[in-house]
Design a protein. Structure first.
Length: 581
């Protein structure tokens, strides 16, 4: 029996943190991620709460399995792994579910395919797909009339458009209703002529039909008209990833399976993942399952892979530690490509990016890079959280589960872990960077403290006897103290710039009061319009160095630590302050 969404919400029973828009930090981490989070009491409490909620949920399962886990990239062992083996599973599969038990992962497969394209030498996501598959241009010949409404213009579609669902092409090859026996005419659909029936692909890989192959695709998909012109709107498309799989084969001169094995699975140490069906004895196979053996054929790159909890954690960690791509390419990959009609959901390639301002006490926006997957009674979620350097895997199988369930499970894990990692990060940041820095010779002092807001609060900033925060409006290109805005606070945030034992941070100066910002926002057509940190940083510069740039020097990192600051250089002021003991 399927659990209802209302019941799932009742099981969640967590209250979201109310968003408080008091500060406007840069997008991204506001403090360094904790390097030993499992030792923090807040994280321990969160893990206990997650376990309680998981046990409450799976206690209702009789024929469905579940596995959830999370790991920090800074620790050798997962933060937690929880697995549930139901009273009944198919006898040919595993009888005890663990981290190496294999699930089908559906459209989670798309992340492997997108990464495979990124790993191709001399291939760019801005390349048109016809550069590698020129035969796509011939698909227009299958239409009686060729125009913008009937025919896909393949020479306008890029690899990046396919990877981000922005190609405007149809969703599937294998889901034409006419291929499946049902009383469609009773629902108002017409009887098909013999000619029309003969033109159908008659393949799916499901319900007794053979899987569609590459020949089926080229022979029939040209009859599918576009949904939009390319780069108009995101439209979820499995066939787009089937095409990307063909591109991988054309460029690499390898089978898609072999390329993914060597360039993705072997790199991350993923020993239980495959596109072909694995040994049944390793599989999580529900009783009376009809999906474990199903092959998706040419659409395998879109949703045909099998994987394990252990492998998905390793895969996400390998992304965040740049094992697959150079750091700049990883950062580019983990960015949105387009919006959707949901304020909280953006699209990447192929990331489904959840944007939340309700998981931390400071109410800032945090991005969660996810990919969901569903095939039959198998459902899953992979989530990367670059702000805190952790990865989450959720896998379930059985008729008592659903895609809604995995989304809610993921959300509940995030609601527990993100605030806990926030506290762990603050505890470590206080030890590593907090407190007072001074230079008596220049009468200079900097004091950094932590509160309920993001980053460090600058409690005191005096250089050569001058209050930097109070005078910040006067640091303008016109000189002469022309600034008139009242600066009330300054806060300090890390950048991703490091060199040896030095790390670069930036200060954000906030003008006016909360009431002033609220009054401005009330007059604008978009939310949080007064939050413009992205356009206000690095504005006041003196001899090529920004007033808001601070560079910390740290000592050698001990095991389980990142290294503690010993001094901070205020480069525009040409002053270095030593950390007070």
């Amino acid at each position: 029996m399927m659990l209802t969404t209302n019941l799932l919400l009742a099981l969640a029973s967590g209250t979201a943190v109310a968003a408080v828009q008091q500060h406007c930090p840069p997008l991204g981490p506001v403090l360094p991620a904790p390097v030993n989070p499992s030792a923090n009491p807040a994280v321990s409490a969160a893990l206990s709460a997650i376990n309680t909620k998981f046990q409450s949920l799976v206690s209702k399962f009789n024929i469905s399995a579940a596995s959830i886990a999370a790991t920090s990239i800074h620790e050798d062992k997962p933060l937690f792994e929880l697995h549930y083996t139901p009273p009944s599973l198919a006898s040919r599969g595993v009888q005890k579910v663990d981290s190496n038990s294999i699930y089908r992962i559906g459209s989670l497969s798309k992340v492997f395919t997108a990464l495979a394209v990124l790993k191709l030498c001399k291939v760019d996501l801005d390349d048109t797909v016809t550069k590698y598959l020129p035969q796509l241009k011939d698909l227009k010949k299958e239409q009686e009339v060729n125009n913008d409404i009937t025919t896909v213009h393949w020479d306008q579609i890029t690899l990046g458009a396919l990877a981000s669902h922005m190609a405007g092409i149809g969703a599937d090859l294998a889901t034409d209703l006419a291929d499946f026996p049902a009383p469609w005419t009773a629902l108002g659909l017409p009887n098909l002529t013999t000619t029309q029936d003969a033109e159908l692909p008659h393949c799916a890989g499901l319900f007794g039909l053979p899987p569609c192959n590459e020949t089926d695709f080229y022979a029939t998909f040209g009859r599918r008209p576009p949904v939009y012109a390319p780069f108009t709107n995101p439209v979820y498309s499995n066939i787009g990833f089937a095409i990307l799989g063909l591109v991988v084969e054309a460029v690499s001169n390898q089978t898609f399976t072999d390329f993914v094995q060597t360039q993705v699975f072997d790199v991350a140490g993923m020993n239980g993942s495959s596109l072909s069906k694995p040994d049944d004895a390793r599989g999580v196979i529900p009783v009376d399952d009809g999906w474990w053996n199903a092959s998706l054929g040419v659409e395998g790159p879109a949703g045909g892979f099998y994987s394990t909890t252990s492998d998905l954690l390793a895969f996400g960690s390998a992304i965040l530690t740049n094992k697959f791509l150079a750091p700049v390419k990883t950062r580019k990959w983990l960015k949105p490509v387009t919006f959707t009609s949901s304020h909280g959901f953006a699209m990447g390639a192929p990331w489904e990016i959840l944007r939340s301002d309700s998981v931390t006490t400071d109410g800032r926006v945090v991005n969660f890079y996810t990919k969901s997957g569903d095939v039959g009674e198998y459902h899953g979620q992979l989530c990367l959280v670059p702000d805190y350097d952790f990865v989450i895997s959720v896998l379930v199988a059985g008729s008592e589960t659903s895609s809604d369930m995995t989304e809610i499970m993921l959300s509940q894990i995030i609601k527990e872990l993100a605030p806990a990692f926030e506290q762990a990060g603050k505890a470590q940041a206080q030890t590593d960077f907090g407190g007072s820095y001074s230079d008596a010779a220049s009468n200079s002092t900097l004091v950094l403290s932590l509160d309920d807001g993001p980053g460090f609060a600058v409690s005191k900033w005096i250089v050569r006897g001058v209050d930097v925060v109070a005078n910040y409006p006067k640091y303008n290109a016109g000189g002469g103290g022309g600034g008139s805005a009242t600066v009330t606070t300054a806060r300090l945030y890390p950048t991703n710039l490091e060199a040896g034992n030095q790390t670069s941070w930036r200060a954000v100066f906030e003008s006016g009061t909360l009431q002033d910002r609220d009054a401005l926002d009330a007059q604008l057509i978009y939310p949080q319009g007064s939050c413009i940190t992205w356009s206000s940083m690095d504005r006041s510069v003196y001899s090529y160095n920004a007033i808001d740039n601070l560079v910390f020097s740290t000592d050698d990192a001990a095991e389980g630590n990142r290294g503690q600051a010993s001094a901070v250089e205020l480069r525009a002021f040409q002053v270095t302050l030593q950390r007070d003991v």
